[in-house]
Write a new protein. Structure first.
Length: 120
């Protein structure tokens, strides 16, 4: 089941920020496409920052949507705080370098210390 929420925050002078929460998949992409379209209009030719820090899953439909937006906005599209699930997908497809990314999270999932060890 897909759960997706977005919020649009306008930044004066710099453009717009779209915060994406939840799963970005074939079910949620149509709504997210609509939100990205309106965010690009709100950015008014300036930067559109897409904050993906709260994304829990992304499939190829989500990646395709980001590519579509990148084709239209070019370097004005900036991705912020990519979670591991997005970094992994972009690395597997060879598309990580295509996007302008900043403040990416640790590219590896965290593992609890001492996992698999017996305590003494």
């Amino acid at each position: 089941m897909s759960s997706n929420e977005t919020t649009l925050a306008l930044r004066t002078g710099n453009g717009a920020t779209l915060n994406v929460v939840g799963e970005v998949d074939v079910v949620s992409v149509p709504h997210l496409r609509w939100r990205l379209h309106h965010a690009a209009i709100a950015a008014d030719g300036r930067e559109l920052l897409v904050d993906l820090s709260a994304v829990t899953f992304m499939d190829s439909a989500g990646l395709r949507l980001l590519l579509e937006v990148h084709q239209v906005l070019g370097p004005r599209l900036r991705l912020h705080a990519l979670p591991w699930c997005v970094v992994r997908l972009m690395r597997l497809t060879g598309l990580l370098a295509t996007f302008s990314v900043f403040d990416a999270v640790d590219p590896r999932p965290s593992r609890s210390r001492g996992a698999g060890r017996s305590s003494r």
